[in-house]
Design a protein. Structure first.
Length: 171
């Protein structure tokens, strides 16, 4: 699969919870095949302290809208800069990178497990699993109730089980 380097346009930057954002990006050219489990490398500009690109999982892809969505958690200077991107601004990406997940067979049920930002690739994977005729179930973990993100979107795809480290929402 050929890698691309492109400037995407930010179409949306939505805050989900403390330190968590979904950035939706529009490509200037038709998107190539992007598989669940692949990632991008984002260039953080105007920040001398962040000279290396940031690896980010592909959270979702909408080929009809020609967009990629990235789930980010602010963890340092680079991701803080990304969290402040506004619609209309550009973000340079190298993509698609990495290997993909293997999809289950039609009719199978699978359990997808992730926590916090680690659940970023699970949404796109769950959507593709459902489209293939299999059944995704999700076990999502978070630090506490205030950090729970995206569970309503995941419920559109399959059964969701929540757990928090402090027990405020499931075990």
């Amino acid at each position: 699969m050929k890698k691309r380097i492109e400037d995407f346009t930010v179409t949306e930057n939505r805050r989900l919870a403390d330190k968590f954002y979904v950035i939706k990006l529009s490509s200037p050219t038709p998107l190539p095949e992007i598989l669940p489990g692949q990632f991008v490398e984002a260039l953080v500009t105007d920040s001398p302290a962040t000279f290396l690109r940031r690896p980010l999982s592909v959270h979702d892809v909408d080929f009809s809208e020609n967009t990629i969505s990235l789930l980010i958690q602010v963890a340092g200077i680079g991701t803080e800069h990304l969290s402040r991107l506004q619609p209309g601004e550009k973000l340079n990406l190298i993509y698609p990178l990495g290997n993909s997940f293997t999809l289950p067979k039609k009719g199978e049920s699978v359990l997808l497990t992730g926590g916090g930002c680690g659940m970023a690739p699970l949404y796109y994977l769950g959507r593709k699993i459902l489209e293939s005729g299999a059944y995704p179930h999700f076990a999502l973990g978070f630090r506490n109730r205030s950090r729970i993100i995206g569970h309503d979107e995941f419920r559109k795809l399959g059964e969701v089980h929540l757990a928090t480290e402090d027990g405020s929402e499931g075990y």
